[in-house]
Write a protein that binds this ligand. Structure first.
Ligand code: SAM
Length: 329
């Protein structure tokens, strides 16, 4: 699938549910309304949809959400997608908040998952509770170490938040180094109403990188995972530090990704409203597999050049009304 800007679309992110057991302050409002179950694709439908994308050239799939591991029986989807590894699919990964990871780590590994991203913004239990509105850090730690014990390569993703975790990155980098985890820092993006002021939360990663360089030897590397992060080798730890900078450095020119929501809506860009409904063609027996593939290909011709996020005092409303948990992070 080649888009109008010559980009080869080979990476699909699949939000398997819009529900989450946490309410991170930059991600969701405290009081969220979730989709009625009837609107959500079954796991079999999601598997079939993924199969169509693979037949069109997708080689990497990341399951996300909401929180993917709160979806009942999600491991059956992981298994069916895992069976597609080596049959067109090169990699199956997962992004999780880690709260349910202790229960699922072995099953994920057995199904062929090799890497997981765990979102963790702080190592301090009180800050964790505040940032997630009620989360328990211990549970996530249990999940992270269960994943490590299951042989999964763990990457820690942390959203950089002014006044919340900005004093913690030295400690987090040291902790990740100690346990062999890569760390990736992310700038907060203006997606959905959260009831919080994003101009207060936004912390440019250029500032964070300059601070970290005073203490750590960061050597630029061309290591890529297929995602938007730019990586450095951390000489002192032997692990990597990545930066995802949608705000201060737009990386859309190399975007190889599209996203489907749990209702089968295809978003060609995280930061734009245009979308294609794939649920109707998926459920239409008259159209069949070829009709579904045509609907996907038509949508790819509409993939925009990029997002145009801005966070400043003149832009107080979100660039995009839907939350990250809908489109899938
Ligand atoms: N629940 C899973 C998790 O926590 O990783 C998967 C979904 S979550 C939406 C995926 C990632 O998006 C998390 O790392 C989260 O911190 C990040 N995220 C959510 N809202 C964001 C925003 N407005 N800007 C930047 N990152 C955001």
């Amino acid at each position: 699938m080649i888009d109008p800007f010559g980009r080869d679309i080979s990476y699909l992110r699949v939000s398997v549910t819009d529900r989450c057991d946490l309410r991170c302050v930059y991600c969701m409002a405290e009081d969220m309304t979730f989709l009625p179950k009837a609107e959500v694709l079954s796991l079999e439908e999601l598997d079939r949809l993924c199969g169509s994308f693979i037949s069109l050239g997708v080689r990497k799939i990341r399951l996300t959400g909401g929180e993917p591991l709160v979806r009942r029986n999600v491991i059956s989807l992981v298994r069916s997608l895992g069976a597609r590894l080596g049959q067109g699919l090169d990699e199956l990964t997962l992004t999780t908040n880690g709260t349910q990871l202790a229960r699922h780590a072995d099953d994920l590994a057995a199904a062929g998952v090799r890497r997981v991203n765990v979102s963790l913004d702080t190592l301090d239990p009180d800050t964790f509770r505040t940032a997630t509105r009620w989360g328990e850090l211990d549970k996530v730690m249990g999940g992270i170490f269960a994943a490590k014990a299951a042989g999964l390569h763990v990457k820690i993703n942390a959203v950089a938040l002014r006044g919340v975790n900005e004093g913690e990155f030295d400690r987090m980098l040291g902790w990740c180094g100690e346990h062999g985890f890569d760390l990736c820092l992310i700038e907060t993006m203006p997606l959905g109403e959260t009831g919080e002021d994003r101009t207060e939360q936004f912390l440019p990663l250029s500032v964070v990188r300059a601070r970290l360089k005073q203490r750590w030897t960061l050597n630029p590397t061309d290591y890529v995972t297929g995602g938007p992060a730019r990586y450095y080798d951390v000489a002192e730890t032997g692990t990597r530090l990545g930066f995802i900078t949608p705000m201060t450095h737009n990386f859309c020119e190399s975007c190889n990704r599209v996203r489907i929501t749990c209702t089968g809506t295809l978003y060609m860009c995280l930061g734009q409203e245009d979308a294609a409904d794939l649920r109707a063609p998926l459920r239409d027996p008259e159209l069949g597999e070829e009709g579904l593939r045509q609907a996907i290909l038509e949508a790819i011709t509409r993939k925009p050049k990029g997002h145009d996020f801005v966070i400043d005092r003149r832009h107080r409303t979100p660039a995009v009304a839907r939350h990250m948990s809908v489109t899938g992070g």
